[in-house]
Design a protein around this ligand. Sequence first.
Ligand code: PMP
Length: 429
Amino acid sequence: LDAADRQRFAGSYAHRKSALSHLAYGVSSTPRATQNPVAIAVERGEGAHVVDVDGNRYIDYALGYGPLILGHTPPSVIAAIQDELGRGLRTASVHRGEAELAELIAACVPSAEQTSFVSTGTEAIQLALRVARAATGRVKIIKFRANYHGWADGIHVGNAIGQDGASALGQDPQAAQSVTLLDWGDAGQVEAVLDASFAAVIVEPAAINGGCFEPPAGFLERVRTATQRCGALLIFDEVITGFRLALGGAQERYGVTPDLSVLGKALGAGLPISAVSGSRAAMEILSSGRLMHRGTFNGNPLSVAAAIACLKVLQAERGEIYPRMEGFAAQLCGFLNDEAVRRGVPVRARQAGAAFQIFAANGPVETLRDTAKVDKDKTLVFTGALLRQGVMTLPRGLCYLSSAHSLADIEATEAAIAVAMETMARSTT
Ligand code: PMP
């Protein structure tokens, strides 16, 4: 271990060591442990920044794995949570906020005439699949390779290029038998395979988990047409893209309206809340009460209050927030790619709206299939080098913008990228 790292991250190393004694693997979600050189123990967040237990300050592009679209301390969201707290915790009670939030979602998201709430994206995916199966009376689902839809047994397959099977130890290998895997972006495959035996096609409309790919021209439109022809439901997993690629998500950005949308992450501005939304027809099985939808924490008042406050800010400031986030992402990707080419370093960035992916690769990565060439270890070296320069990304290189990032943050990030490139240039020669 590097002596300078030991010193700089002393508190995080000490935290990790003590956490391991009772907290399984020292983290609450396995990927958090992959941060290089150590899982940073965060002390507090402030706008677009986080401060760790050693007092190191970072410009934060991890943003809690995506939810913190307004940054760590959005005043109106925090005020709404405090106000709600003044009336007690009240979970599992019917309250006014749920209907108000559903109405706000309907105003923002094209497909969202009706909405049901759960707490996490994984649960919302499970509910959406159940709605599709109950509504159609069919079982089979089409999923795309390297799209991620949460960790439940029945859909946790084909999460990376080259890994078509069940992805987790202990997963029921039978559970995902009703899933047919196809190549994301290839509408011809969908048209060839889809027939009246399928309940749904589920898709990340922009393949953010796979490496920030926007859909090829015509892909979503053709999948939309094919599902309509077969009476299968089209489900957009907008857990990342919802309220991020536009106020109305990917469906607004690309002009294709699904039957069902799965929303999460940015919806709650940082509190746990996810949703299934859809047309009146697609949601009828839920809105009639025929399909059982359960969960003690569904629609909990604190999360709902945070989400209402968040959507109000995004609605009021959409004209400034989205172009600015996207402009900053473009500026950073442009800078990173130019620097990398100039220095001959095999690191690149790809942008999709207010998200971008940094990766090291042995060759060009133009399509999702090319991500098989991504060098995961070298990517971790690069994101680790950025961390030492005060820039926090997801360990695997995925980055998000928030409304709290400033031009000064972007310029400081460019300086950090330049130094991290130098480190990479030295380590590859
Ligand atoms: N769908 C997508 C597209 C996601 O990115 C994620 C989480 N990264 C999920 C579903 C699962 O959401 P959660 O982690 O809240 O269960």
